[in-house]
Design a protein around this ligand. Structure first.
Ligand code: 5GP
Length: 213
């Protein structure tokens, strides 16, 4: 394919949701490292920074006052309260990247997904990641040294209510073997990129094909 002749394409808003401990963050990291046409949406949060997390990379860490100001000024595409903390997706970077045909990866919960689907039903592709079993979910949560045991217990009890939202998603992945789950997410992304409705420049492209022929 000659550069510059590809039809224009609208970006995909690829949402990954799961209960904590299902492996969503690891899958997201792998997808980002394997594909340079997708970029992560960096959320704002009022939660405290965990060891190893980097401001502006993992999250924009802000306080409640700043969060409320941004929310009131409609700076978030969606926002939600999760585990007593507030989270929101800054709208501006997403809209700019989407218009340029860059795909965006979102690591957000079911509440945020519902809001994104409402705002951009044609752009959002939603994937729910399930842990392979209750026992494995518990083990993965306990292995996370970064959260206190109290936090682990709280997240475990929240997991079942989060899991009940799986049916609202387009795709479901059971994350048993990480490598396989990553390939499955990449396959979804590949297929969704090829959807005809995203190929905004297709009619001109086909016209040129006919003229050249
Ligand atoms: P954590 O605090 O463990 O990083 O994230 C807790 C939960 O908040 C995860 O389920 C994550 O997907 C969700 N989350 C992170 N950022 C956002 C956001 O911007 N909006 C919404 N609705 N949920 C988010």
């Amino acid at each position: 394919m000659v550069d510059g002749l590809m039809p224009e394409r609208r970006g995909v808003m690829l949402v990954l949701s799961s209960p904590s401990g299902a492996g969503k963050t690891t899958i997201a990291r792998e997808v980002l490292s394997r594909d340079d046409k997708i970029s992560m949406s960096v959320s704002a949060t009022t939660r405290l920074k965990r060891p190893g997390e980097v401001s502006g990379v993992d999250y924009h860490f802000i306080d409640k006052t700043e969060f409320n100001i941004k929310r009131n000024q409609q700076e978030f595409l969606e926002s939600a309260k999760v585990f007593d903390n507030y989270y929101g997706t800054p709208a501006e970077p997403v809209m700019t990247k989407l218009a340029k045909g860059t795909d965006i990866l979102f690591d957000i919960d079911w509440q945020g997904t519902q809001q994104l689907v409402e705002k951009a039903p044609d752009d959002v592709v939603s994937v729910f990641i399930l842990p392979p079993s209750h026992g494995e979910l518990e083990r993965r949560l306990s292995r996370r040294a970064r959260d206190t045991s109290e936090e682990v217990a709280r997240r475990m009890s929240k997991a079942s209510s989060e899991l009940s939202h799986y049916a609202e998603y387009d795709y479901i992945i059971v994350n048993n073997i990480l490598g396989e789950s990553v390939v499955q997410v990449m396959s979804i992304l590949t297929a969704e990129r090829l959807k005809r409705r995203r190929a905004v420049g297709m009619s001109d492209f086909v016209k040129r094909l006919c003229e050249d022929g």
